[in-house]
Ligand binder design. Structure first.
Ligand code: GLY
Length: 585
């Protein structure tokens, strides 16, 4: 008994380096007239200008998304998919699922070679990698329901950015140069890039050749024409008109799968949010086809039942409890989650407080659990590494009336499939990689092959994107989300814990160090060497495999000051071009 007390006291000491002391408290960019936080400064400014012209949060979100399809081509898109949650000032909320779907010709084993192994080259780039894009339908659906400004007015700023051109940041110039020239890994192997695709190089290469440099102006003429058609003719031109024709022609010419029929039948879905409660806060988040909402609510339920709040923030004991909650939620994600239009997912059970109680009963006070032991019912043999890219992008909006929109969207990997559809300037996603590509193989490296997320025509691939809105007693508290593949759910968890359990400001919660455990591989990755040597030693002694990594996620957020009600836009500077831009005056 005495020994256990000593262990718990040691585990309760601060394990992470404290944030730098500042004499001025930075809460973010304040606004009473609306705010947009995005990883693209130019797109944040577009959203803010729409707020300034009398647009509401959804108008600004739609305008920001279209602008990001121009200014942030590695992840902003019209050729991909995503999720948006909208909360109205009266507290009601809804979600828009515009995730891509598998083409009609897709099959469960389409990415396996003759030896039954996954051919990653066909997932990472090229014409067989994309799902049927959902972004244009989804943005149009949200706008039709909530938008105040005409559709054309929210799409046209993107048309102008692409047509007149915009100035390249250092980061984007460097990304484009690697895309055009190609990338080689340490063993001299070519990585995925635009290099094999002439239409992509023509669209994004520097005219006349050579490298892009910071400060250069890039003009995307075909993309401007495509966006102008969407602005003028509406979403049907993309799904049933000349843009659909171009996509289907290019696909047919290069062995791709997407047909005119796939595009014509694509439907965005409005769905009821997943809701949870955590220490009196309301959590509003995304249902499947995202796994994020279910997993987030599971983790919060476990941490509330473990009474996390009584622990010292960033202590070894708090880290231990959070990692164990992550481990168990990600195991449920692997076991159960998939597109609910195709498979039954026990959402009510998974998000219940009773389920959380059952899950925490296996957590040991001073020892790491075994992922292998907990998940032996779904594990098979093999060591094929899971490869889920960390790209994607998130932005958050609050308008002057308190309407909130949180949007995460993606092409999957940076620049998606690297394929630009000829004559459109549009980059297509490689989202098919988010399906379980090797049915029946779930292993210790993180490959998942459970039935719920196996490929089927028309099915949405499981996502980790986790846009979230937090409210308390009917009042908006925070709007957030993040990129980062499977790490997304854990990044969002940290931000939510920051402003709820730990009582931090939004700025502090976004800046705080993050860590990630995904059930498999059974290891914890920590950001930025934030963990002290003593803490590493303690966690290792408890049985944890600890890995230090670079930055995790990019949580572009809006936080509402609890006393004044002022909105603070919080640019997460883990992404260098981020900005919180104030709307109106
Ligand atoms: N492609 C990232 C995600 O959907 O989770």
């Amino acid at each position: 008994m005495k020994k256990m007390t000593v262990v718990l006291v040691i585990l309760g000491l601060l394990a992470l380096a404290p944030a730098a002391v500042s004499t001025q408290i930075d809460l973010g960019v304040p606004s009473k007239t609306g705010i947009v936080a995005s990883s693209s400064d130019l797109a944040a400014d577009v959203g803010a200008s729409v707020l300034g012209r009398g647009g509401n949060a959804v108008d600004a979100a739609v305008a920001t998304a279209f602008a990001m399809a121009v200014t942030s081509p590695s992840n902003g898109n019209i050729g991909g998919g995503g999720f948006m949650i909208v909360r109205l000032p009266d507290g009601t909320a809804t979600t828009f699922d515009y995730r891509e779907v598998a083409p009609g010709k897709a099959t469960p084993t389409m990415y396996l070679n003759a030896q039954g192994e996954i051919e990653v080259s066909r997932i990472h780039q090229g014409y067989v990698a994309p799902g049927v894009p959902g972004t244009v339908r989804g943005l149009a659906m949200a706008h039709k329901k909530f938008g105040r400004l005409p559709w054309k007015d929210v799409v046209m700023p993107a048309v102008a950015l692409a047509g007149k051109g915009f100035t390249l940041s250092k980061s984007l110039a460097s990304q484009l140069n690697s895309e055009i020239k190609g990338r080689t890994d340490n063993n001299g192997r070519q990585g995925p890039s635009m290099k094999p695709f002439p239409a992509s190089v023509a669209a994004y290469g520097k005219p006349g050749g050579g490298d892009w440099a910071e400060g250069d102006t890039i003009v995307l003429g075909d993309l401007s024409k495509t966006l102008a058609a969407i602005a003028t003719d509406g979403p049907d031109v993309f799904y049933k008109g000349w843009i659909a024709d171009r996509i289907a022609e290019d696909m047919a010419a290069h062995g791709g799968l997407i047909t005119k029929q796939d595009l014509a039948t694509y439907a965005a879905k409005e769905r009821a949010p997943i809701t949870g409660s955590f220490y009196g806060y309301d959590i509003i988040t995304m249902p499947p086809s995202s796994s994020g909402g279910v997993a987030l609510v599971e983790m919060l339920n476990m941490l509330e039942a473990l009474n996390l709040q009584k622990e010292t923030r960033q202590s070894v004991r708090a880290i231990h409890l959070i990692v164990e909650a992550q481990r168990r939620a990600y195991l449920d994600r692997a076991r159960f989650l998939g597109d609910t239009d195709f498979v039954q997912v026990p959402i009510d059970r998974l998000t219940s407080k009773a389920h959380a109680k059952a899950l925490i009963s296996t957590i040991l006070p001073d020892k790491a659990s075994s992922s292998e032991e907990l998940g032996k019912d779904i594990l098979s043999s093999g060591k094929l590494p899971a490869d889920e890219p960390l790209e994607t992008t998130h932005f958050s909006v609050v308008d002057k009336d308190g309407m909130a929109a949180t949007n995460t969207f993606t092409l999957e990997g940076g620049f998606g499939s690297h394929v630009v559809i000829k004559g459109t300037g549009m980059i297509l996603n490689n989202e098919m990689g988010d399906f379980n590509r090797k049915p029946g193989t779930t292993n210790t490296t993180g490959t998942i092959g459970t039935p719920a997320n196996v490929i089927a025509p028309g099915k949405r691939m499981l996502s980790s994107m986790t846009p979230v809105i937090i409210a308390k007693n009917g009042k908006l508290v925070m709007v957030t989300g993040s990129p980062g593949g499977r790490t997304i759910i854990n990044t969002v968890l940290h931000v939510v814990l920051g402003v709820t359990a730990w009582n931090l400001t939004g700025r502090e919660a976004v800046d705080a160090p993050r860590w990630d455990h995904e059930w498999m591989p059974d290891r914890v990755t920590f950001e930025n060497n934030a963990l002290s040597d003593t803490a590493v030693a303690q966690l290792k002694a408890m049985g944890y495999d600890i890995v230090m990594r670079g930055e995790q996620g990019s949580a572009q957020s809006v936080w509402m000051h609890p006393q004044t009600g002022t909105a603070f836009g919080i640019a997460d500077m883990r992404s260098p071009d981020s900005k919180a831009s104030k709307g109106g005056s």
